[in-house]
Ligand binder design. Sequence first.
Ligand code: SF4
Length: 393
Amino acid sequence: MASDPDEGFTVVLTGRSLTAMTTTATIGPTTGITSLPFEPYRDRPDDELRQRILAVKEELSDALLILGHHYQQDEVIQFADMRGDSYKLSQLAAQSQTCRSIVFCGVHFMAETADVLSRDEVAVYLPDLAAGCSMADMADLESVEAAWQDLSDLVDTKDITPVTYINSSADLKAFCGRHGGIVCTSSNARAVLEWAFARRSRVLFFPDQHLGRNTARTMNVPLEQMPVWDPRRPLGGNTADSLRSSRVILWRGHCSVHQRFRPEHVAQFRQRFPASRILVHPECTMKVVEAADLVGSTEFIIKTVQQAPAGSVWGIGTELHLVNRLAHEHPDQTIQFLSPMVCMCATMYRIDLPHLAWCLENLARNTPVNRIRVDSETAHWSRVALQRMLEVN
Ligand code: SF4
């Protein structure tokens, strides 16, 4: 299959993430509860839940660290001790020295990464186990191992570096660790690909085809050498020759949020705001990235807006909650959502006040729920791949 930047535009946002379903929940020893009870959470007013959350924060003090992803809704992120994108939050989890518990207001793979990188005595919790990532669910270990086996019939896999975006399950990070591979984020994808090409001539990049393609394009890798691997088709839908001549094999995965931005949204925005600049995330399609003025990670987007002069006009292509927050925090600039459609991370949105209050109160009562625990073998090899990434940085 040729590298088609626009293929696979079907948007599927599942209500319940597959990765989330593979998690073992630590349930309350006496209650046996595995999901949020109606009473006394769903039936309580927001004000009461806010007070109860603050009470637990005060009680647990430094023993508790609440981490909040930038895409999180305001009613939840206001309680985060620290905010960041997936990479920054994983660093914060690794650096935490005083806390005993991390409550992660993000999605499942982020909580897994926090568990892998944090000290052994730290336990990590996800307020709603169904808060997964549709992109992470598009690559699973079985499919990646099958692809690796197929590729081994055509090329020497010792000459392929597996690179996984941090938005992936821990067992895929462990796969990379075991096979001389590495993790990347949207901030460091180029540095990671340079690291990979300095060692081996080929890369298998998963799960986000767009980040892989957009990054490799900045390194002048031609599209013809970036076949897309569809795990449902023999040889990923490619010919043996195209795989033999490939440099970056892109997994057929995408972010259901960022793939909704279209090049025509950029054109329409420029027409409405001729003085605007377009700032997008590299999980957007190649055509959107090519039409934009600036491309970068969530942290890059935030810093760019923070450093812009008053009067700047932005069309921003990333998750809706973040764009709205930026607009609110910078009233001296015009900050608008790039798409006329709503593009928000529906799974992250599952973490709400009732779930956060439920998770925290059970923690305070010593009947913890929704602990995310990566087994020691998987954690070891995930850490190997993550450490390689931290060293590249
Ligand atoms: S925004 Fe996209 S990549 Fe990020 S957590 Fe949501 S579905 Fe996953």
